[in-house]
Ligand binder design. Structure first.
Ligand code: SAM
Length: 279
């Protein structure tokens, strides 16, 4: 931006932009954290070669492709396979033993991004002999991300890092057995997708659609403000099967939103378990 406006004016412009997007396109970013919006919107103003957020509002409303670019910015999706290997290790040792007692297991990856986390979980479940009785729902608000996740194709150059993560997470086989290398890409095996249902779902505007034994929502809530986090935690409580597990990202927690419907399974890895058989 050429001249940075006073903070109150900047906040007003961002609010108007988010209202405009909500009214016109039905996408609700109004309760994303102020710091996140400020950073991403300011960067978009510069990339579009504009002078102000108000100019971005004008362009966004009249040019669908500009809206798509901004929505892409706002659905930040940076991930790796077996991100935080100790998290996957904890899921394996502290959650799988309970899941093993169920004849059928439903898992929801909410805000799955490009699917790295989902394939990581599928591989782990496969190695634990649990994959065949799982139904995994992988959802994201961004349709493009959902399609990328469904494709399961990642740059081959990432595989060294993913292999290290996989091994650190307790992976038991050769990681390269899970993909085919072609033209600089790693194409993940289609059997890994057999029990995964990919779909668009917006945590802000849509409701629960099933009952899950494990909900994984990592690195999504950090972008939301407190009232929105609370609403989404309510959605999770209503979506968990009795004694179901909830797994969040490193910088996230269930906070003080409820009197305490969860017991802590692993505080470091942010893994919780529903306390009661229904809430
Ligand atoms: C940083 S990525 C996290 C990906 C993955 N969970 C992980 O930790 O590796 C955040 C994802 O949350 C999605 N997201 C943001 N707001 C959302 C919403 N309201 N509903 C559903 N997904 C959302 C974004 O589109 C993005 O793909």
């Amino acid at each position: 931006m050429t001249n940075q406006p006073a903070p109150e004016l900047l906040e007003l412009e961002i609010r108007l932009l988010m209202e405009g997007i909500y009214e016109h396109y039905g996408c609700d970013f109004r309760d994303y954290s102020k710091a996140t919006l400020k950073r991403l919107v300011s960067a978009r103003v510069a990339k579009e070669g504009l002078g102000s957020i108000t100019a971005l509002l004008d362009k966004t409303l009249h040019d669908r492709s500009c809206f798509d670019r901004l929505a892409g910015d706002l659905s930040i999706s940076v991930s790796t396979m077996f991100r935080d290997p100790s998290f996957f290790k904890a899921i394996h040792s502290e959650v799988f033993p309970m899941l093993r007692t169920y004849p059928f297991i439903r898992i929801w990856h909410a805000g799955c991004g490009r699917g790295e986390e989902v394939y990581s979980m599928a591989i782990l479940l496969h190695e634990a002999g649990l994959y065949d009785r799982c139904r995994i729902y992988a959802t994201d608000m961004n349709q493009q991300r959902v399609e990328e996740a469904q494709r399961g194709v990642y740059p081959l150059k990432e595989m060294q890092e993913y292999t290290r993560n996989y091994q650190a997470a307790g992976g038991e086989h050769s990681f390269s057995a899970y993909y085919t290398a072609r033209y600089g890409n790693a194409i993940f095996r289609s059997w890994l997708k057999e029990n995964i249902h990919f779909a668009q779902h917006n945590l802000v505007t849509e409701s629960t659609f099933n009952e899950f034994n494990l909900i994984v929502c990592r690195n999504v809530l950090i972008y939301f403000n407190r009232p929105l986090k609370k609403r989404i935690h309510e959605l999770f409580v209503n979506s968990l099967a009795p004694f179901g597990f909830l797994a969040l990202g490193r910088q996230e927690s269930i906070g003080s939103y409820f009197s305490s419907p969860y017991e802590v399974i692993n505080i470091q890895e942010k893994i919780y378990r529903g306390l009661k058989s229904g809430y």
